[in-house]
Write a protein of this length. Structure first.
Lengths: 146, 390
């Protein structure tokens, strides 16, 4: 009502407002540190740049699963060099395996197939496998996130 | 004055013990409707299983270690070294499945008898919350042995969380305690499983029981036309119904011990974050959702799948407010009963498809490969295991 709005607040009403605001601020002040405590602390699963051990001994067509940061990555040696893709299936997070015979990545959970470039060939995944950066220095191979 | 009398006097001097005794007597000898029978014991059975899970869970906690390095080993230790450790572990593992089954049967009875209708809508809503809490118990407890199946089932389960619109990535990160399922996830699931859920369940059970006692059990009479129960017509809760519950409790113990001995749960291989085992499947109570998710593909498919899996739970919560008809008798509620049967049979069918998917099955003497989506593909003779006939 416009008339009610024009009335000056009573002392009791003002105190009630202060009390409500105080309760709200105290609740927020207590809740924020609690929520921040529950939020996961940033913690890497390992170094973001990783050397592929035994890379020089891998035959063309052979693949290997390694860990880069907190991610599992499949490194495959092709005739032209090394390529690396995330091993985490973009469907529901299972780890794909490199199938040397069919030159494809196969997800054991829902039978998804990705080609050698990480693109979806069949199955439910909504997106290709993300590619990782590979650097070959001498006979050493390093993999890092793009 | 004897010791008993002294103790009684001590309490009488300090509290209104007469009122407390009256309240207790009223509840203990409360009259239940005449048709209260064996189908009405599944609620108490669920409560009994919760008590059993709490006791066996506390026993397991004495030796269990919630870290990736020690969790699997501690389960092995409980099973192989601790006296009767195998039994408590098996009863706890089987108890989870049996408890979910008891809750589902209890809900089926309540649904088909129309007991959720006015004035018991909130009793039903708290019951659905108890059901959701119970399966969350199953989900969080499944990871604790830290074996391959548990690890990857949790990976798949928590991966589904990031398909939730807008907050999906945050939700998944929060649930896992990081990007992937790690020791942080184990800690979080452990705390939820042994602290948060037991207290949450205890609180909601208290409200559920209070509401149930307040309104008494439903009859098949029409809404707002329930005739107040005459004391001489009802069944006394004690000793008649309590005796039935006692019989069920003894049978339950026999069933749990038999399952524990005859079909023991395997410990499995320790979790390996760098290798996913083939054809992982969730527990039976998640199979319908697991199968349903397979039919939604592509960018928006996952979102549709999450919505599809959430709708049944939302419908269950809102059902008493959607079905506002006066009738309770199942024969007079063909639409609601048909809808319930459709949902129930649909869930069972999806669950069965999920169970047999990616396996080979024989139907009418012919072998089939059941695809991921549950379609049967006939196997040719070359792949048939039966020896060729000459």
């Amino acid at each position: 009502m416009p008339n009610d709005m024009n009335k000056p607040p009573s002392r009791r009403g003002f105190l009630d407002l202060i009390l409500a605001l105080g309760t709200f601020i105290t609740t927020v002040a207590v809740a924020i540190p609690g929520l921040m405590y529950l939020w996961p602390a940033a913690k890497g699963g390992g170094p973001d740049k990783v050397e592929v051990e035994g890379a020089s001994n891998m035959a063309p067509g052979q693949g290997k699963t390694i860990q880069v940061g907190s991610q599992a990555v499949v490194v495959v040696r092709h005739r032209g060099g090394f390529k690396a893709y995330s091993a985490v299936c973009t469907h529901l997070g299972c780890l794909v395996k490199w199938e040397q015979s069919s030159k494809s990545f196969l997800c054991p959970c829902h039978a998804a197939v990705f080609d050698e470039n990480g693109k979806v060939v069949s199955g439910p995944p909504p997106a290709p496998l993300p590619e990782f950066v590979v650097k070959e220095i001498g006979d050493k191979v390093f993999v890092s996130a793009a | 004055m004897g010791l008993g009398k002294s103790v009684k006097q001590f309490f009488d001097d300090r509290f209104d013990t007469k009122l407390a005794a009256e309240l207790f007597t009223k509840q203990a000898f409360k009259r239940l409707p005449p048709r209260t029978g064996w189908l009405h014991v599944f609620g108490s059975l669920s409560l009994l299983l919760f008590i059993s899970q709490t006791i066996t869970g506390i026993m397991l906690l004495i030796y269990y270690r919630p870290t990736p390095e020690a969790a699997h080993k501690s389960i092995q230790y409980i099973t192989a070294e601790v006296q009767f450790g195998w039994m408590y572990r098996q009863i706890h593992a089987w108890g989870a499945s049996v408890m979910i089954m008891a809750v589902i049967i209890h809900m089926i009875r309540t649904f088909f008898m129309g007991s959720y209708k006015k004035p018991r809508e909130l009793t039903w809503v708290t019951g659905v919350i108890l059901f959701i809490l119970t399966i969350t118990f199953g989900f969080t407890g499944y990871l604790l042995p830290w074996n391959q199946i548990a690890f990857w089932a949790t990976t798949v389960g928590t991966e589904s969380a990031n398909k939730v619109p807008v907050i999906g990535d945050w939700l998944q990160y929060f649930l896992r305690g990081g990007d992937a399922v790690t020791g942080e996830t184990l800690s979080r699931f452990f705390v939820v499983h042994v602290i948060i859920l037991p207290w949450a369940l205890t609180g909601v059970i208290a409200v559920h029981l209070f509401l149930m006692r307040l309104n008494n059990l439903a009859t098949l009479e029409r809404v707002d036309e329930e005739v107040p129960l005459k004391p001489e017509h009802g069944i006394p809760f004690f000793p008649v119904h309590v005796t039935k519950e006692g019989v069920v409790a003894v049978l339950l113990l026999a069933v749990l011990v038999t399952l524990a001995v005859v079909y023991p749960w395997e410990i499995g291989e320790p979790a390996n974050p760098l290798e996913t085992p083939p054809h992982i499947k969730p527990e039976w109570y998640f199979l319908p959702s697991y199968q349903l998710l397979k039919y939604f593909e592509g960018t928006y498919g996952a979102l549709m799948g999450i919505i599809g899996c959430s709708v049944p739970f939302v419908l269950l919560l809102l059902w008493p407010f959607l079905d506002r008809g006066k009738e309770r008798h199942p024969k007079k509620r063909p639409l609601a009963v048909g809808f319930g049967l459709f949902g129930l049979l649909g869930a069972m069918f999806l669950g069965y498809l999920g169970h047999i998917s990616e396996t080979e099955q024989t139907f009418f003497g012919k072998r089939y490969h059941i695809t991921l989506k549950g379609w049967p593909v006939p196997l040719d003779d070359a792949t048939d295991e039966a020896p060729p006939k000459h």
